[in-house]
Write a protein that binds this ligand. Structure first.
Ligand SMILES: [Zn+2]
Length: 449
């Protein structure tokens, strides 16, 4: 791969001092150097002008359900449990083609809003509908994002006291053997890895205690990470207390599900002791402010988690509860929500940027490889246009985080261009959007059969 030089840019590396006018050199997919002033001459390098641009690490999305791109705009005014109960039967009609189309559009949208690494949490596997996991992996490979898909699962249907109908849950042994097979087939632990798998039973109200325990054993045997939804709503707190006699975090602790190889989606309703335990154990959380607000779930105690030293990243969550959510926009939402509750010093623009980059990388166990611009790290880089109207904002990082998502001059993943001038370059831009529309049509047609 040729060398690339980004020059004359405002660089916010997240770790280390910001560089108001500087350069960054990429060699073979990794950051070779960055510094202030004019770029040195690099023979044969591609030169990218950073004039009027802010350079940041690519954003890291740590919670998503890509298949939900096909069910946006439904149950617009429902609580989480109403919304889930309404959608389970629609999701039961999905097949590999629906997942591929939805994932293609969902990942394309993430790229266009500055994301270079995304997790996904897929937990609905109706029988006889093709290889759903392969479909989303293929979509990520074609769009060109670094991908951390989680093999999700549900084994506790309504007949077992769970929330989902029995037709969308799977057998525990089948889940475990399928998950092990997926890890063996796809998981790549290397430094430059484009694909790492995590183990992710869905939630305390849709998964048995036995599966939670077996999932943790499997993940730790294979050396992969653990993910699940936790403490998203007060309904969940009530459910856990009634059925288990514990709070959601107490339940996780009992199951051995706290640790630096675990990150939870949401973690909205935490008690003071939970925050302390997250910090002590290095347990991460994926803050999804737009989704939490859309479902009226509440506002996570992010500034308190950060103050305690717990890892916190951001997530857009599935598009059915967070329509067309911009990855960069979640930095703004996170910052504004904390300030609305705790005052204007609760979360700074730089802290929000760090959550969207290095915080997410910590959730995924990749803080040594991505999440900041440092020599030796992977060249996952967003180059934002902060000229024009945005130049009136004195501080480029403020323009990025306080304002709406800026246009992207470039998005690089391992030095490869995925977006240029706000257009996808790995697949035809318009086709990617259309793939999401076709996925929705196909799903609704199959549901009505
Ligand atoms: Zn979720």
């Amino acid at each position: 791969m040729t060398k690339i030089v980004i020059e004359n840019a405002y660089i916010a590396p997240v770790v280390g001092e910001e560089i108001p006018s500087g350069y960054l050199i990429i060699d073979n997919g990794r950051i070779e150097a960055l510094g202030a002033g004019p770029a040195p001459t690099v023979v044969g390098a591609e030169r990218i002008s950073g004039t009027g641009c802010l350079v940041t690490p690519g954003l890291v999305n740590t919670h998503h359900h890509l298949y939900q791109w096909a069910t946006q705009g439904l149950y617009q005014d429902s609580t989480l449990f109403e919304w889930l109960t309404g959608l389970y039967r629609t999701w039961a009609a999905m097949d590999a083609d629906v997942v591929y189309g939805a994932a293609t559009a969902g990942l394309g949208w993430l790229a266009l809003t500055g994301c270079t690494t995304s997790s996904d949490h897929h937990y609905v596997f109706p029988k006889g509908r093709g290889d759903l996991f392969e479909a989303e992996v293929r979509a990520a490979q074609e769009i060109g994002l670094r991908f951390h898909p989680c093999r999700g699962s549900m084994d506790r249907g309504q007949s077992q006291g769970g929330l989902p109908p029995d037709e969308v849950v799977e057998d525990r042994d089948e889940i475990l053997s399928s998950t092990a097979e997926i890890i063996d087939r796809y998981h790549d632990a290397s430094f430059d890895s484009m694909l790492r798998v995590a183990v992710a039973p869905c939630s305390p109200f849709s998964v048995s205690e036995g599966l939670m325990l077996d999932a943790a054993t499997l993940a730790r045997t294979k050396g992969v990470r653990l993910h699940t939804h936790l403490a998203e709503t007060l309904d969940e707190e009530v459910h856990c207390r009634e059925q288990l006699g514990l709070s959601p975090v107490e339940y996780m602790e009992k199951l051995g599900w706290l640790g630096d190889d675990v990150w939870f989606a949401h973690a909205v309703h935490l008690h003071d002791a939970d925050i302390t335990r997250f910090a002590e154990t290095g347990t991460g959380s994926a803050h999804c402010p737009s989704s939490n607000a859309r479902l009226g779930a509440g506002i996570a105690r992010v500034s308190e988690l950060l103050a305690a030293g717990a890892p916190v990243g951001l997530g857009v969550d599935g598009a059915a509860s967070s329509e067309l959510t911009s990855m960069a926009g979640e930095m703004r939402q996170a910052m504004l929500f904390q300030r609305a509750v705790h005052g204007p010093t609760a979360l700074t623009a730089r802290q929000a940027l760090e959550m969207g980059t290095l915080g997410g990388a910590r959730n995924l166990g990749r803080h040594n490889e991505i999440g900041s611009l440092e020599p030796g790290k992977l060249a996952d880089i967003a180059i934002w246009r902060v000229d024009g109207f945005r130049a009136a904002v004195q501080d480029p990082v403020c323009a990025l985080v306080f304002g709406p998502t800026p246009p992207l001059a470039r998005l690089l993943v391992g030095g490869r261009t995925v977006v240029a001038n706000d257009e996808l370059r790995t697949l035809p831009h318009d086709m990617v959007g259309q793939a999401g529309v076709l996925a929705r049509k196909r799903l609704l047609r199959q549901e009505s059969r």
